[in-house]
Design a protein around this ligand. Structure first.
Ligand code: SF4
Length: 291
C-alpha cells in the first residue's frame, strides 16, 4: 500500500475535530461504572453534570471541552507500506493547521518564551508526532489525542532509589494523585511509566494515560500493579473535580520497560475526564474512522 500525503492531511484535519467532539465508548462506559459505585451525593451530582455535558456536546455537534489541548498524532505503520516520511509528517502538520483555521478551533499552542500564538495549533515541535512500526501488514493507523493542559500540567518524574523497589512506585503514584487533586479535572486515567531512561519513562506514562479503558499492561506484574493501584487511588477521596468522593480515577494504567540496575524511574502522566482520542485506519480500500 502507498500512503498518500493528501489523504493523510485530510485525515489529520478530521481527526482533530472528531477527537474534540466524540468521547470514545470505553470512556463513556468508564463513567457508567463510576456512577454505579459513587456513594457521595456531591460527587454523584458532579458526575451527572459531566454526563449531561457529554450529551449536550453530542446533541449540538459541539466540543466536549473548551480546552483544545496540545495536538498529538501517533502514527502506526505496518509492513508493506510505502511512504515518504517527511511528506507524511508535513501533511499531518497541515491537517492540524487546517482543522484549527477552517473549523475553526481555538489554538491553544504558544511559543514557550514569547507566548505568541500562531492560531494554527502548531509551533516548534508541535503537533507532537510519534511513529511506531506496529500496525498490521498493509495498514496504517493514525491516532489523534488532544491532550488537555489541566491534566498535562500534572506530570511527574522521580528517579527513585532501586532498593526501595515497588514500594517507591506505589508511594509516588499515590502522592502524585493527591498533589494533583482537582487540578487535573478528575476522574482521571493515571498513566504510570516505569523503567527505561528518564525520557522513556515519561513517554510510557503518556502512552499509559491515553490507552483505552479496559486495556491492560502487557507485562503480568505490571497488570497486577495496575489493578492494585486502581483500587488504591479511589480510596483517597479526591473525587470528581476534586470536590470529594469515590470517583478519583477511571483506572491506573502502567507501561514499562527494562531499566538500569542502579535506576528506578517512575513517571506519572494524567488524562482528564475529557479523555478524548480518535483514530483513522488506512487500508488499500480507503480510510475509516473510529477510536
Ligand atoms: S484538562 Fe481536560 S477537562 Fe480539564 S479543561 Fe483541559 S481538556 Fe477540559
Amino acid at each position: 500500500m502507498q500512503l498518500d500525503p493528501a489523504t493523510v492531511e485530510e485525515a489529520a484535519k478530521q481527526l482533530y475535530i472528531r477527537a474534540l467532539k466524540d468521547l470514545p465508548p470505553d470512556i463513556k462506559a468508564g463513567f457508567g461504572r463510576l456512577v454505579d459505585r459513587e456513594t457521595v451525593p456531591t460527587a454523584q451530582g458532579v458526575l451527572a453534570t459531566m454526563l449531561r455535558n457529554i450529551d449536550v456536546a453530542e446533541a449540538t455537534d459541539n466540543l466536549l471541552c473548551q480546552d483544545t489541548g496540545i495536538p498529538i498524532y501517533n502514527l502506526h505503520v505496518g509492513p508493506g507500506v510505502l511512504f515518504d516520511g517527511q511528506a507524511v509528517l508535513a501533511a499531518i502538520r497541515r491537517g492540524c493547521e487546517r482543522a484549527t483555521r477552517e473549523y475553526p478551533l481555538r489554538s491553544s499552542v504558544v511559543h514557550p518564551l514569547t507566548r505568541r500564538n500562531e492560531h494554527s495549533s502548531c509551533g516548534i515541535g508541535v503537533p507532537v508526532v510519534h511513529v511506531d512500526f506496529d500496525a498490521p501488514a498493509g495498514q496504517v493507523q493514525i491516532e489523534m489525542v488532544p491532550k488537555g493542559s489541566g491534566s498535562e500540567n500534572n506530570s511527574f518524574l522521580k528517579m527513585a532509589v532501586p532498593a526501595e523497589g515497588v514500594d517507591a512506585i506505589k508511594t509516588f503514584v499515590i502522592d502524585c494523585v493527591l498533589a494533583a487533586g482537582g487540578k487535573t479535572c478528575p476522574p482521571t486515567i493515571v498513566g504510570v511509566g516505569l523503567g527505561g531512561t528518564s525520557d522513556l519513562a515519561v513517554a510510557l506514562a503518556k502512552r499509559a494515560a491515553t490507552r483505552p479503558l479496559g486495556s491492560h499492561c502487557a507485562d503480568a506484574d505490571g497488570a497486577a500493579l495496575e489493578a492494585q493501584l486502581s483500587v488504591a487511588v479511589n480510596q483517597l477521596g479526591v473525587g470528581p473535580q476534586g470536590l470529594g468522593g469515590d470517583s478519583t480515577a477511571f483506572a491506573v494504567h502502567i507501561e514499562l520497560a527494562a531499566t538500569h540496575i542502579t535506576m528506578n524511574p517512575i513517571a506519572v502522566n494524567m488524562q482528564c475526564h475529557s479523555a478524548r482520542r480518535a483514530r483513522a485506519t488506512f487500508t488499500p480500500e480507503g480510510v475509516t474512522y473510529g477510536f
